[in-house]
Design a protein around this ligand. Structure first.
Ligand SMILES: NC(=O)c1ccc[n+]([C@@H]2O[C@H](COP(=O)([O-])OP(=O)(O)OC[C@H]3O[C@@H](n4cnc5c(N)ncnc54)[C@H](O)[C@@H]3O)[C@@H](O)[C@H]2O)c1
Length: 412
């Protein structure tokens, strides 16, 4: 197997998580890192994981000349800049075998089109990283149910939720930099999972045609004075002036272009889930069969009593976004694998080595941005967004949600 040389852009939370995933597979060496500030801690993690001895570069453009794959693990607001730098390097002779982009592909369709245009110019295979589709628990459920679905027909309703108590860094909370609130941040996961679960076996992830979207957004916790003050103090973000939603829910209706059958995907996301930590709750209902996955159910629990609690080092060692460090705790021993990070890198590795796109490419990421924008539009206008209407599609192309424009107080 050919070893692919990764160059990672961004040295924060997801980069560290991805290193833990890469350490569980073969065929990847991390040879370059670049971030806003020199990612020396990440470089140590890479070396400790035995994944390489990475060089820290001053810029994406510089790094692109020394790696096979550019992995964009940096904040949403920098997507176009990073793709532009890769394109400049390629114009200067850099040879790239693949580009990875973490979700979301962009903050809106205007930026997403720039990303896509640059990707076309660069000409390398792409992989849009939507980890949840690669989760073993979902892939396994679909494999187990495959013959049942052949006999009974595909799933007709998918419900997907992702919830935790709020992001770890200030830029996520700032709707202008992140692209909105929890709908932009985590809605993209659930929109993708719903679409994928409903898609008949052996069809491409974009086979089902999205025909309408309804959504509702709200600021249920972090707009209250006590929590607003905490947010201002801890993250420097003022939700009395520039709020974003901490709750969103909605429904996408899809049409099977071969049978004309309509199926639905419901999504719910929140930053106000004050339970143990991150929870992904996904179910699918078909005629006579069902699947259900809950990431908080683990065969492993630990208990830490009051007297022992002072010795807890880091609650997040046990579970992403953990909110408690004592009592009966849910622990996930291998989160990078549980959430699909290992398998999305395996998919990208094999695809790039074969000179092709990953299962989900940037064009797919573009469609997820479109669904996210449709959800914001529906919530803003309190109406159903009809994706079969050419005028609506044209409007979505240039649409930037009020919340993303810093005018969330008009919506929430
Ligand atoms: N798949 C998932 O479940 C998941 C989870 C978390 C984050 N993400 C995505 O990963 C991306 C990064 O999120 P994160 O949690 O690592 O954020 P983070 O804030 O923890 O880390 C961001 C890193 O990028 C660096 N950075 C900031 N501006 C930069 C710039 N202009 N150029 C280069 N580097 C820059 C920061 O210094 C930091 O090292 C986001 O797009 C986010 O949506 C995905």
């Amino acid at each position: 197997m050919q070893t692919l040389r990764y160059g990672i852009i961004g040295g924060g939370f997801i980069a560290e998580f991805q290193i833990r995933a890469l350490a569980q597979m073969r065929g990847i060496e991390v040879v370059g890192l670049t971030s806003r500030t020199a990612p020396t801690a990440l470089a140590d993690t890479v070396r400790e994981a035995g994944l390489g001895d990475p060089v820290i570069y001053d810029s994406v453009e510089d790094m692109a000349h020394h790696v096979d794959v550019l992995a964009i693990f940096a904040p949403n607001f920098a997507r176009v800049d990073h793709m532009t730098q890769i394109a400049i390097a390629v114009r200067d002779g850099a040879h790239i075998k693949g580009i990875i982009c973490e979700k979301p592909l962009a903050r809106n369709l205007i930026e997403a089109r720039e990303v896509i245009a640059l990707a076309r110019e660069i000409g390398a295979p792409t992989a849009y990283f939507e980890n949840q589709i690669h989760m073993k628990m979902l892939q396994n459920a679909l494999a187990q149910l495959s013959t049942v679905a052949d006999q009974m027909g595909p799933l007709t309703l998918a419900r997907s939720s992702e919830e935790h108590a709020g992001p770890h860094n200030a830029w996520f909370w700032d709707p202008t930099r992140q692209g909105g609130g929890v709908l932009s941040d985590m809605g993209c996961h659930c929109l993708a999972v719903g679409w994928y679960l409903l898609t008949p076996k052996s069809k491409s992830p974009r086979f089902l045609e999205p025909i309408s979207v309804t959504a509702d957004v709200a600021l249920l916790k972090w707009g209250q004075p006590k929590w607003q003050a905490e947010l201002l103090e801890k993250q420097g973000v003022d939700y009395s002036k520039n709020p974003a939603e901490d709750f969103a829910t909605g429904m996408v209706t899809y049409r099977n272009p071969e049978t004309n059958q309509k199926v639905k995907a419901q999504f719910t996301v929140s930053w106000m889930y004050d339970k143990q930590g991150l929870r992904l709750l996904i179910d699918g209902l078909g005629p006579g069969y069902a699947l259900e996955a809950n990431s908080l159910r683990s065969p492993l629990e630990i208990f830490i009593g009051d007297t022992a609690a002072s010795s807890v080092a880091d609650a997040e060692l046990g579970l992403e976004k953990a909110t408690a460090s004592q009592g009966l705790l849910a622990i996930q021993p291998n989160e990078p694998d549980l959430y699909g990070y290992t398998d999305e890198n395996l998919d990208a590795r094999d695809a790039f080595n074969a000179g092709s796109d990953g299962l989900l490419n940037f064009d797919y990421g573009y469609e997820i941005v479109r669904l996210t924008m449709a959800a914001y539009m529906s919530a803003e206008r309190r109406s159903v967004v009809d994706l079969t209407d050419p005028a609506t599609l044209k409007e979505l192309d240039g649409y930037v949600p009020l919340i993303q424009r810093g005018r969330g107080f008009e919506v929430l």
